[in-house]
Write a new protein. Structure first.
Length: 269
């Protein structure tokens, strides 16, 4: 069954959390023209099912998080029409499914956004219409190329302002990602997405180093690396990992495989 949520009125769902992970679908509509109806909200999309969001107000879902990163079946669709509706909002696209974002006629409708599409195997499609619609935003396209010969990252400006893509940034990296942690539970529930393009100098370009003596530095850390451990230097100076404190490796096509990493020695898992 699809969970259907409607929010009406100023700040009606302000700072709300909607967890639809275990539903078969999630539909959220901001149904009035009042400002900031869903501002600072968090939406967790279904693991198996579509996630559909419509925003009609100014600042309607600004400063929010829309997380479909655990979705393995179903598309994410976000539609907005007003000024700054998704300003400073972060979107995590599905693993298996398309990620479609429509930034309508509002000025700066998708400004300062962070669209994380690197782990999806589906299409990332961003359509912008209003002036400065993607001002200072960042779109990270899928790391895994499409298998059907078509491009899987499409950004389409349909307006007549000439500023739809102002200061829009695309991102990938072949450089070194080096994370050093020392404290207990230092990376608790964090995600590190390693470079999709291997290093050209023979050294690994994703290094994660625990220098403390807690044994919990990597607790619930999710690591995303296409080829798994061969892409990563995971080093722990302490000679023990406490029970239930193992990191998780996500790898393979679309990061569709995962496993707990079991500590053997300093840099051996």
């Amino acid at each position: 069954m699809t969970a259907v949520i409607q929010c009406s009125g100023y700040h009606a769902c302000f700072n709300a959390t909607f967890n639809g992970a275990n539903t078969n679908g999630l539909s959220i509509t901001e149904a009035t023209g009042n400002e900031s109806v869903l501002e600072q909200s968090q939406i967790i999309c279904p693991r198996n099912g579509g996630c559909f969001i419509q925003v009609y107000s100014k600042y309607g879902m600004a400063h929010s998080i829309i997380d479909a990163s655990q979705s393995i079946s179903g598309d994410l669709s976000i539609t907005t029409f007003e000024d700054w509706a998704l300003n400073d909002t972060t979107v995590y696209c599905p693993i298996l499914g398309s990620c479609s974002i429509y930034c309508g006629t509002g000025w700066g409708a998708c400004a300062n956004m962070n669209i994380q599409g690197q782990t999806t195997t589906g299409l990332v499609y961003v359509t912008v219409r209003g002036g400065e619609a993607t001002l200072n935003s960042r779109i990270i396209c899928p790391a895994v190329p499409s298998t059907n010969g078509d491009k899987n990252c499409k950004i389409h400006g349909t307006g007549d302002y000439g500023s739809e893509f102002k200061n829009l940034k695309g991102q990938t990296t072949t450089e070194l990602v080096y994370v050093t942690v020392r404290g207990g539970d230092a990376t608790l529930n964090s995600r590190i997405i390693c470079p999709a393009v291997p290093s050209t100098n023979g050294d690994k370009n994703c290094k994660i180093h625990g220098t403390g003596d807690y044994g919990s530095e990597f607790k619930n850390l999710n690591i995303y690396a296409t080829n798994g451990l061969p892409d990563v230097d995971l080093i722990l100076d302490y000679n023990e990992v406490k029970e239930d404190n193992n990191p998780v490796m996500n790898c393979g096509f679309g990061y569709g495989q995962s496993c707990d990493l079991v500590y053997i020695s300093s840099n051996s898992w």
